[in-house]
Design a protein around this ligand. Structure first.
Ligand code: ATP
Ligand code: MN
Length: 250
């Protein structure tokens, strides 16, 4: 009982500390209890030592930097009450890895974050550069930070691409390797590919589905369309059909 009170006190001090770390808070959207709890656990487990600033504030998730020892890490925090959560179900349904999840929002988000982490691992095993997942806790994913002290790695849409032919070849190979490993990204475009240490990395694999998902082909066709059309605008001789054929050829 005394121990429980001590824990409560520590927890509320922790919560205050995060709120005071002014860079970590985003406008009015202070984290809910479950999120504070998840962050607290990640600190206690030694995955996070200090909180940094936001890198991105999106519809469903915010991404922050944090320190883990003297390494910078990226912390992606999903908002449990975000409006688009219905859409997540569509990506989880039909994925044998996440059968019987139900419709409880918290469970759906937790499954989503675990899926993102396992997709990142699977992609890396398949030879696709993605951030290394470090830890998962409820609605929070800690992963390798891509970027420098100056700031996060730039997306393809934010840089001048020196050699678009080569960049296209790399992304093309990534899409094929993902597919060979049984995954379709599902939201692939110039917004989810970044330049880091002279290499291209694919990010944002939360919505990626296995090739057995009922919409896998549709998602793959859309990915190929986004990628090929982007590189065609950079002057590369790329078409969605040619990319799709390359990915599916065995
Ligand atoms: P949204 O709800 O805005 O659509 P999202 O699902 O697109 O969010 P991500 O694409 O994973 O989320 O991350 C948003 C942005 O945060 C990315 O475009 C990228 O700039 C940055 N980012 C994400 N992960 C990392 C990382 N590991 N290292 C550095 N920057 C990152
Ligand atoms: Mn994204």
């Amino acid at each position: 009982d005394r121990i429980a009170r001590k824990r409560d006190r520590e927890f509320s001090e922790f919560r205050k500390r995060i709120k005071d770390a002014d860079q970590f808070k985003v406008e009015a959207s202070v984290f809910d209890d479950a999120t504070y709890g998840a962050l607290y656990k990640l600190v206690q487990d030694g995955h996070i030592d200090a909180f940094g600033g936001p890198i991105s504030t999106g519809k469903e998730a915010n991404v922050y930097t944090a320190l883990s020892g003297d390494e910078e890490v990226a912390v992606k925090v999903y908002r449990i009450n975000a409006s688009d959560f219905k859409d997540m179900r569509g990506y989880l349904d039909g994925d044998p890895r996440f059968e019987g999840i139900g419709s409880d929002k918290k469970k759906v988000v937790t499954a989503w974050v675990r899926k993102e982490s396992s997709n990142l691992k699977r992609a890396r095993r398949a030879g696709v550069r993605t951030p290394e997942p470090i830890a998962v806790e409820r609605n929070v994913l800690v992963m390798e930070y891509l970027g420098t002290e100056e700031g996060r790695a730039k997306r393809l849409n934010e840089v001048h691409i020196e050699n678009p032919e080569t960049a296209y070849e790399v992304v093309k190979e990534y899409v094929r390797r993902l597919y060979d490993a049984g995954l379709v990204h599902g939201d692939l475009s110039e917004y989810n590919v970044v330049f880091h240490e002279g290499q291209l990395y694919i990010i944002d694999l939360g919505q990626a589905v296995t090739i057995h998902h009922p919409n896998a082909d549709e998602f793959l066709e859309r990915d190929c369309r986004n990628v090929a059309n982007f590189f065609a605008r950079q002057g590369v001789d790329a078409t969605p059909d040619e990319l799709l054929a390359y990915v599916k050829e065995y």
